[in-house]
Design a protein around this ligand. Structure first.
Ligand code: SAM
Length: 303
């Protein structure tokens, strides 16, 4: 039996639930000021970015996550000019935002310049030229500070942040105080969307994020899609005080993608309908959770 020169990477979704990936090699590993950063080469998903032990994106299917995160909000707004991306280290969220001809300025605020540097060096397939685009302004800093100190207004705010890990840098950006401030900087016509962890692996975390956003915004909806490299159904929460995301029709999505000549691999009207069609048992559970995440009592990932 030839010696095996590869290994299993075990990723814990909760303390009692994990999934595994066969990795050929670790391409790069670094402990930044904020998190453990790994770029690895996997057999089935190509290059994978892992932060604090959680898969963030993979070469094979990152387009699913980033298109699902960005396009519903951009199309719901209709003509976004100024877009704010919170987190988004790999640059793929920016890549999707810049596909819209109406976008005049896209500001990305990531706390960890090492993630951005490493992504530009090892994950160029995600951010080819994005950071050189004249419409992009890259800010290295805590998105919490940025949101509370900015004097500007934004048409769309996209929270592409790490999960709310108790020891991680992102958990305060899943609180009602934070969402209240986001509502102020997007006003009545703006749209907010956030990644919201997995409705299947961490249902309570997902449901509390949804409930917390709903505490602030008049119109709030969750939507889900299976992401193979996460080995999980992944959840997103979209909200606005002026536009109801549940009213977004698939025909309108197709018309807007066509009108703007936007090329996607995953997202179109059919995919939109699928994402917003959540099974009964999940809807009933999510709607049953009445807990709001606050700075004093934040929601965390199960530890
Ligand atoms: N695709 C991932 C997912 O599935 O959720 C998230 C993408 S991205 C890698 C997450 C980014 O959030 C990281 O680059 C991390 O540095 C950034 N981040 C975490 N906490 C932050 C904070 N307080 N302010 C700004 N960026 C933060």
């Amino acid at each position: 039996m030839s010696a095996r020169n590869w290994f299993w990477y075990i990723e814990f979704d909760t303390p009692t639930h994990a999934h595994m990936k066969g990795l050929k090699r670790i391409v790069y590993r670094h402990r930044s000021k904020y998190q453990d950063i790994v770029v690895a080469e996997s057999f089935d998903f190509g290059l994978v970015l892992i932060l604090d032990g959680k898969t963030q994106s993979s070469q094979k299917d990152e387009f699913i996550y980033h298109e699902a995160l960005v396009h519903p909000a951009m199309i719901l707004h209709g003509s976004p000019r100024r877009v704010l991306v919170l987190g988004g280290g790999e640059g793929a969220t920016l890549r999707e935002v810049l596909k819209y001809p109406t976008v005049e300025e896209a500001i990305m605020v990531d706390i960890d310049e090492d993630v951005v540097r490493i992504s530009r060096e090892y994950l160029r397939f995600m951010n080819e030229g994005v950071f050189e685009d004249r419409r992009v302004k890259l800010v290295i800093g805590d998105a919490l500070d940025y949101v509370f100190s900015t004097k500007d207004k934004y048409d769309v705010v996209i929270a592409d942040l790490s999960d709310p890990l108790e020891e991680g840098p992102a958990y305060k950006l899943y609180t009602v105080e934070f969402y209240r401030r986001v509502a102020e900087i997007i006003g009545d016509t703006g749209v907010f969307v956030t990644q919201a962890t997995s409705p299947t692996n961490t249902p309570r975390t997902h449901a509390v994020i949804y409930r917390t956003v709903r505490e602030v915004f008049r119109y709030t909806a969750y939507y889900h899609i299976f992401i193979p490299s996460f080995e999980a159904v992944w959840g997103f929460v979209i909200a606005s005080n002026g536009r109801d995301p549940r009213k977004l029709e698939s025909e309108h999505v197709d018309r807007e993608l066509h009108r703007n000549n936007i090329k996607t691999r995953f997202y179109d009207g059919e995919a939109h309908k699928h994402m917003f069609s959540v099974p009964k048992h999940l809807r009933e559970y999510i709607e049953s959770v009445d807990e709001v995440s606050t700075v004093e009592k934040p929601i965390y990932m199960p530890a």
